[in-house]
Design a protein around this ligand. Structure first.
Ligand code: FES
Length: 139
């Protein structure tokens, strides 16, 4: 292979190698957006379901997919991504300390989603919660 031909092939191959991660990332689904399956980016939580019975008391929490819902008051709730921003373990809520804690490497988050103890590099995404009767709409 002559030098000119090598450079030409290297340029084409290098371009493909450099753009491949961008293309694959664009197609990956690492989103923490709520999704009810209908593509509306809203998640509905029926508080009457057994899976969410912990939300019947202040301080209770429950997961729906990659979202953790926490009851913070008589009529107030918060919803955050439950996916740790370090290496994607599932975080849990500790009512006693009002922290979200990652069991894998000990990262901690406040109920606003902010990192209070690393190694997590960024905050948890926080969602808007609207109560309507016996349902929560998370968007
Ligand atoms: S995955 Fe959560 S702290 Fe490492």
């Amino acid at each position: 292979m002559e030098r000119k031909e090598f450079i030409k092939k290297f340029a084409v191959g290098g371009s493909i190698l450099l753009t491949a991660p961008v293309l694959f990332n664009a197609c990956s689904d690492d989103s923490t957006e709520p999704d009810n399956g209908g593509g509306t980016n809203n998640t509905i939580v029926d508080l009457g379901q057994t899976a969410y019975s912990a939300l019947g008391t202040v301080g209770g929490s429950a997961n729906k997919g990659n979202i953790i819902i926490i009851r913070t008051g008589d009529t107030s709730y918060i919803a955050l991504s439950n996916v740790c921003t370090h290496q994607q373990c599932t975080v849990g809520y500790n009512h006693g300390t009002t922290e979200l804690i990652c069991p894998c490497h000990g990262s901690k988050y406040s109920t606003s989603g902010a990192v209070t103890n690393g190694p997590a590099p960024t905050s948890l995404k926080k969602y808007t919660v609207t109560k309507d009767g016996n349902s929560l709409k998370i968007s």
